[in-house]
Write a protein that binds this ligand. Structure first.
Ligand SMILES: Cc1cc2nc3c(=O)[nH]c(=O)nc-3n(C[C@H](O)[C@H](O)[C@H](O)COP(=O)(O)OP(=O)(O)OC[C@H]3O[C@@H](n4cnc5c(N)ncnc54)[C@H](O)[C@@H]3O)c2cc1C
Ligand code: SF4
Length: 557
């Protein structure tokens, strides 16, 4: 029987330091637990962040190719998934838009009816918003004004709003980079600086104005004693006593993620564990551990109900635009073009033109050969009738300065499934692969909106090349796969985020979300993690082997 003491390296190990992981780390540390965070990505200081996306080795994460940045792109048959990888998880590369999900999302999916979400969540949203310093955007750039004009011209201008963001701005919205003492935590937090409106949030904020997790949750947690191990990738988690359910604690094996040859394996022991490796990371790790026999009791629903927020990325490019469309904050404003469909104005900073490789001329039509044919025809006729304009449209140089991305999200139901399989093109090892109905890459209303936007701006509409050629949408909002449910037949965790079948094991990240939110998910992930942590007793009151604290349901495996 485990009764306590220091025979474990840590009380809790948190895997991943994104939104869910950072909340878990701080709240567990505050409750008196000894906490370690094992994070695959690097730790970043503002001055080390890349100046533009051309500094690919500092931007992209692909250690096998020597790329040690913080932004990762994974291609699947149903979606190209963008996600972050760093101390601070997705917060280093995210656009800092922090919106609460509309109430209707709690009434669909496998979490429906488990608790009174609409009554419980507002408190946790409030805590999350306070910690992340959410405020209304005061800096509108040309792209935001264009969004409003387009809304007015399409009769949805009244739904235009300034985004709520986790960015420190000066009171009057001026864009001077002013150094200030900690404005958020009564002097406990780090000194900060105000936003310059450079549009660079997704390349990492070099000014210290974006409220990344290393400046709030993780900063405070480290101050209170939590330990963060960067560049440390978890490859195995198993109960200390083989074949038990975690009662005896866990053994965690990790390797150095940035080293290819000398991987420096490290072993840790702990009593409890929190998986916070993001939807994709947690699914991948749990599939591997279930398959290897380390955690055979993980629910068979693992990988089901993966959602992409039904996103489609379109936009407009205005060659030789008089204004710099990259100015403002990365996502400065949004608009609802109908009750389910929401569009945000997004930008990369001047000089970060690499994303231009993925964009092309806006093309309508249902996916397939006909859409590809139409796309080719549009390009050829445009080259014949407007050769200079067309060439300028495809020129990579100047793309960020002349372009606005329109990120379209829908709160409609729809999901895919991830399985752990060998693929015909790489039979040497198993990997995640996607199945199910295709996520729509063509949302007619959104294309019409992009065309109108481009017309008003004096430019040309843009589509994403993979959406046209391969019918694969891009998404930065992959969620689900380990969803909250009432039993292991419905999901992987219960409404307190406890993993079915194991003791003292939790999941706190985007993988537990059980519905498409229709808005950016980070605030909801943070709020849900705050809620999950609120149920964990103080370290001094915990009885690790108390079955009453452990969920009744055993594995279905
Ligand atoms: C370019 C971009 C812009 C975005 N903009 C917004 C936005 O404006 N608003 C918004 O709400 N959302 C935005 N998102 C999405 C947001 O970043 C994610 O939804 C959010 O970060 C998910 O939080 P999480 O806690 O699930 O995990 P993450 O924040 O993704 O953190 C997971 C961490 O786990 C680590 N990890 C994974 N596997 C392992 C392992 N085996 N061992 C150790 N560590 C591991 C990863 O390196 C990562 O750091 C954006 C995403 C991108 C890519
Ligand atoms: S707009 Fe520039 S200064 Fe402001 S938060 Fe984003 S990167 Fe930082």
């Amino acid at each position: 029987m485990v009764t306590g003491g220091d025979q474990f390296d840590f009380d809790f190990i948190v895997i991943g330091s994104g939104f869910g992981g950072s909340v878990s780390t701080l709240r567990l540390t505050e409750k008196g637990y000894r906490v370690a965070v094992l994070e695959m990505g690097r730790r970043w200081a503002p001055h080390c962040l890349p100046r533009s996306s051309w500094h690919i080795h500092r931007w992209l994460w692909r250690p096998s190719l020597g790329l040690h940045g913080f932004f990762n792109m994974r291609m699947f048959r149903h979606a190209t998934i963008f996600h972050g990888c760093a101390v601070g998880g997705g917060s280093i590369t995210y656009a800092a838009t922090l919106l609460a999900a509309p109430d209707q999302v709690w009434h669909s999916g496998s979490w429906r009816g488990l608790v009174d979400w609409t009554a419980e969540m507002p408190t946790h949203y409030q805590t999350a918003a306070g910690m992340l310093g959410v405020t209304e955007n005061k800096i509108l750039g040309t792209a935001d004004h264009l969004l409003k004009y387009t809304g007015d011209a399409t009769e949805c201008g009244h739904t235009f709003y300034r985004t709520r963001v986790g960015i420190l701005q000066s009171c009057d919205g001026n864009t001077v980079n002013q150094q200030v003492p900690d404005p958020f935590f009564g002097g406990e937090g780090p000194p900060r600086a105000t936003c310059t409106g450079c549009g660079g949030c997704m390349m990492g904020c070099r000014y210290g104005a974006k409220n990344t997790l290393d400046l709030n949750y993780l900063y405070l947690a480290e101050k209170k004693g939590a330990r963060i191990f960067p560049e440390t990738k978890v490859v195995d988690v198993r109960p200390l006593t083989p074949s038990d359910d975690g009662l005896s604690g866990y053994k965690v094996l990790a390797v150095k993620s940035t080293s290819w040859m000398r991987r420096q394996p490290q072993q840790f022991t702990c009593r409890g564990i929190v998986f916070s490796a993001s939807a994709l990371g947690t699914m991948e790790l749990l599939f591997r551990l279930r398959e290897s026999g380390s955690l055979p009791g993980i629910s068979r629903t693992l990988g089901k109900h993966v959602r992409t927020n039904s996103e489609s990325i379109i936009g407009a490019r205005v060659p030789q635009c008089a204004d710099d469309l990259s100015q403002g904050i990365a996502i400065g404003s949004g608009i609802y073009i109908d009750e389910h469909t929401h569009i945000e104005a997004v930008r990369y900073p001047n000089g970060s033109d690499v994303m231009g490789l993925l964009t092309t001329m806006l093309t309508d039509g249902q996916p397939g050969p006909r859409r590809i044919g139409l796309w080719a025809k549009n390009i050829v006729s445009s080259l014949i009738f407007h050769p200079m304009q067309t060439l300028r449209l495809f020129r990579l140089w100047g793309w960020a300065r002349e372009s606005t991305i329109l990120l379209c999200m829908q709160a409609l139901e729809g999901h895919i499934e991830m399985r752990w399989q060998r693929r015909w093109f790489w039979p040497f090892r198993k990997m995640l692969s996607s199945y199910g109905d295709k996520v729509p890459t063509y949302i007619p209303k959104a294309n019409q909106f992009a065309r109108k936007f481009a017309g008003i701006a004096g430019g040309t509409g843009m589509s994403m090349l993979p959406e046209i050629l391969f019918d694969v949408p891009g998404t930065a909002h992959c969620i689900g796969g380990c969803v909250i449910a009432d039993s292991p037949e419905g999901g992987v965790v219960d409404s307190h985020h406890r993993v079915f079948g194991y003791r003292n094991m939790y999941i706190c990240d985007g993988s537990v979300l059980a519905a498409n939110l229709g808005v950016n998910p980070s605030l909801t992930i943070t709020a849900l993690s705050e809620r999950a942590m609120s149920f964990i007793p103080l370290a001094s009151e915990t009885r690790w082997n108390d079955t009453a604290l452990w969920h009744r349901v055993r594995s279905t495996a």
